[in-house]
Design a protein. Structure first.
Length: 217
């Protein structure tokens, strides 16, 4: 990829060159990929090995060719739904009717996967919650753990991780506390997916729309 850096003065241009290098280098040193965006889609990657292809206008303009390196060559678009203790907001929910199912004590809403295939997701459950279970299209996502107020649990289907974050920021691996009967990493199916839970805790559900190239807009 070729990037262009320009400043009104040579000093301003140099500041921008240094800043861009530091942003790229920080990801490499931390061994944590950054996000390269095109529209609503991003690629998890590193940017390395810069070579100068053009340098003129008294040092105020620089065209630099860089290499993009990634372990996961897919472009991702995220859509997040927010489910609260008392109410739910998001996209594609039922526009009418009672959201409470009095037969089983579950609060019911719906999400829509309008991708051309089943997709990965990230689920963040906020404490307090004891052995939280969320049903998505009838499939239970359960982790047998106790979340205190201020703690949260993150389930990522792509990474196959279940992490509890405590109030002090400490991360705890809760993979062994997942339900063994029903997979908590089951992908979100195409189309409309009813979502139900006890309404006793809040959670966020993020859908990952993945493509080998960003969608044309």
């Amino acid at each position: 990829m070729i990037i262009s850096i320009y400043g009104k003065t040579e000093e301003e241009a140099n500041e921008r060159k240094n800043k861009i290098f530091e942003v790229f280098e920080k990801d490499v040193l931390a061994v944590t990929p950054g996000k390269l965006y095109i529209g609503d889609y991003y690629l998890n990657c590193y940017i390395v090995e810069g070579t100068i292809s053009k340098y003129y206008q008294q040092g105020r303009y620089l065209a630099k060719e860089v290499k993009i390196v990634t372990d996961t060559p897919v472009w991702i678009k995220e859509t997040t739904y927010h489910f609260y203790v008392e109410y739910v907001t998001g996209e594609s929910f039922y526009p009418y009717g009672y959201p409470y199912d009095y037969s089983n004590g579950l609060f019911i809403r719906s999400i829509t996967n309008n991708h051309y295939t089943d997709i990965n997701f990230e689920l963040i459950i906020y404490g307090p919650a004891l052995n939280p279970t969320i049903f998505i299209k009838g499939h239970p996502y359960t982790v047998n753990t106790d979340l205190l107020a201020g703690e949260y649990l993150t389930i990522n289907s792509a990474l196959k991780t279940i992490i509890k974050t405590k109030i002090n920021g400490k991360k705890i691996n809760e993979f062994h506390r997942r339900s063994k009967e029903y997979s908590v990493f089951k992908l979100i199916e195409q189309g409309q997916n009813p979502v139900s839970w006890s309404k006793e805790f809040s959670f966020d559900l993020t859908l990952f729309y993945e493509r080998s190239e960003p969608a044309w807009i």
